[in-house]
Design a protein around this ligand. Structure first.
Ligand SMILES: Cc1cc2nc3c(=O)[nH]c(=O)nc-3n(C[C@H](O)[C@H](O)[C@H](O)COP(=O)(O)O)c2cc1C
Length: 177
């Protein structure tokens, strides 16, 4: 079993899929990984929609028109039920944060199983709502295809730690003794 950092580096956005089904047992394990994610007040405001029928996958292309989305054998739609998500005193709703953590668990569990995913946030919300048959309080937050990759992992481009880590206060330099 690979270490966590190896797994995190292994995951990448897969935008090309093999015509090979995802085993039901793997799919359920991946969904379970999403379900054990932490959430604000443990409210678990997420709704996971599994789309596998060819006509339903194709219908989702009206929300996100890249053919590779429907090329995968499964599309997952991670949604937030706003009637269940926790709000802080200043009104900030943590539902998107909760759903993002569940999505991260799902993408990492998929990578561990040798499956590919790709976060998709740039979709037409109204179209996704219509195709998925969502009620008013349930918002689609992110979509992902799920399937066996037909692509090779690219070299990861990330900012260096020195560019993003601040010590003690914003702008704080690395502590010297
Ligand atoms: C919140 C979020 C939304 C994203 N939306 C899209 C999207 O709509 N379409 C897409 O092709 N990739 C999308 N991505 C994937 C990013 O482009 C990708 O994660 C980033 O370039 C880093 O590459 P990697 O995932 O291969 O490490 C999204 C990623 C995140 C986290």
């Amino acid at each position: 079993m690979s270490s966590f950092i190896e797994l995190a580096k292994k995951r990448y956005s897969v935008r090309s899929y093999l015509d090979k089904p995802v085993e039901e047992s793997l799919l359920l394990k991946i969904l379970e990984a999403g379900s054990v994610a932490p959430s604000a007040c443990n409210n678990q405001p997420w709704v996971f929609i599994v789309v596998r029928k060819e006509e339903n996958k194709k219908a989702l292309l009206s929300a996100y028109g890249r053919p590779w989305l429907a090329q995968a054998p499964v599309i997952l739609a991670l949604c937030c039920d706003a009637s269940q998500s926790w709000r802080r005193g200043d009104g900030k709703n943590f539902g998107d944060v909760d759903v993002a953590i569940a999505m991260d668990h799902i993408t990492l569990a998929a990578a561990e199983a040798g499956l590919g995913t790709c976060w998709i946030g740039n979709f037409q919300v109204d179209e996704a709502r219509r195709v998925l048959g969502l009620s008013r309080n349930v918002e689609p937050v992110v979509l992902t295809p799920l399937g066996y990759p037909a692509s090779q992992p690219p070299v990861k481009k990330r900012k260096k730690l020195q560019e993003i880590v601040h010590w003690e206060t914003y702008g704080g330099a690395y502590p010297r003794d």
